[in-house]
Design a protein around this ligand. Structure first.
Ligand code: ISE
Length: 334
């Protein structure tokens, strides 16, 4: 049984605690921590009475904690990641790895120096069946080389605190990770095109946006990001290859005929659409602990996502094509 310590007991933290307690095989939540003690106590109850900490460092160093799950706000990740790596503890960290590319690099270098693969990053879409089917189909070689990708990332609405850069950091960050993983390539440059803004937006948010990314081998990716689309949480992906186009299947939902209409429901909630993916990523992380490996997204993926996101935010401001400049991918992550 893997004893997991969870740092961060907000909504997402409680969701992971519930998942591990109710659905994950071979793991249990042994300790939780939150700067707000009351939040930690409430979360500990979900796990049937886990130990309570108000400091991530103490939880990480608890000898009864085998592995750590970091679900605190992004700005707090670096310190806990470095502490876990220092003592050789496995850690699952929700996105982002850190809030700046420089901090991501520091964490990546610390992991490399430890000589052990310890960090998995929470880009759960890699565990979604529809994307796995596309990746497997590309790998057969039957469709030739991927040339282009068309993606949409639509949210029904966002709060008034959501601004233009958040379309990159909060939303398209998923496609940044997913697209390079699907085609096994890294990014070379990005650009952002701003269409007419919807009346449902506000002065701090340009919505929709079209984000363009070019990979090193020349694959061109367009992502329509539209976070006030009003009609649903609508995620689509098509990879156009030399001998065929692979479009992700729509979620399994009945098509209902009524009132002279034929309709299929679109969910409005990302946690509903990706529930199975979240379950699968945590199960995979737990299963891999026994083998001492990381199969999911790594600290390199977190670093690449941060550098690419920075370039996209620059492109939002300049309207130019912006280069994605990373350090060379270390042998350790190849
Ligand atoms: C949120 O953080 C997510 O992860 C959702 O997948 C995304 O659609 C939403 O825009 C983000 O705010």
């Amino acid at each position: 049984m893997l004893n997991v310590g969870v740092i961060g007991c907000g909504g997402m933290g409680r969701d992971h605690i519930r998942r591990i307690t109710e659905r994950t095989q071979g793991a249990q939540v042994a300790a939780v921590s939150d700067v707000f003690e009351e939040s930690a106590r409430k979360a500990a109850e979900i796990a049937g009475g886990a130990k309570v900490y108000t400091n991530g460092k103490d939880l990480i160093n608890d000898p009864e904690v085998d592995a750590v799950l970091i679900v605190s706000p992004g700005f707090a990740h670096k310190e806990d990641l470095l502490e876990a790596v220092k003592i050789g503890k496995r850690v699952f960290c929700e996105k982002p790895l850190c809030t700046t590319a420089d901090d991501c690099k520091v964490v990546m270098e610390a992991e490399e120096a430890s000589g052990k693969h310890l960090i998995q990053l929470g880009f759960m879409r890699r565990y979604h069946k529809g994307y796995i089917q596309i990746k497997d189909a590309i790998a057969t070689g039957e469709y030739g080389e991927p040339l282009m990708m068309h993606c949409t990332h639509r949210n029904p609405e966002v709060g008034t605190g959501y601004n233009t850069p958040m379309a990159v950091h909060d939303t398209v960050i998923h496609e940044i990770d997913l697209c390079h993983w699907l085609v096994n390539d890294d990014y070379e440059s990005v650009q952002v095109i701003m269409p007419k803004t919807t009346k449902y937006s506000h002065p701090e948010l340009k919505d929709p946006q079209i984000m363009l990314m070019r990979t090193k081998s020349g694959i061109c990716i367009d992502v329509e990001c539209f976070v006030n689309c009003r009609f649903g949480y609508d995620i689509n992906c098509e990879v156009v290859c030399e001998n065929g186009a692979l479009k992700m299947g729509t979620p399994m939902a009945p098509s209902i005929r009524k009132n002279a209409q034929c309709a299929t429901e679109i969910t409005t909630d990302c946690f509903v659409l990706f529930k199975d993916a979240y379950d699968a990523e945590i199960q995979n992380w737990v299963d891999c602990a026994e083998k001492g490996v990381i199969e999911g997204p790594t600290a390199w993926d977190g670093y690449l996502a941060a550098v690419t996101a920075d370039a996209l935010v620059r492109a939002q401001e300049t309207g130019n094509i912006e280069k994605v400049v990373t350090v060379e991918k270390p042998q350790f992550y190849r």
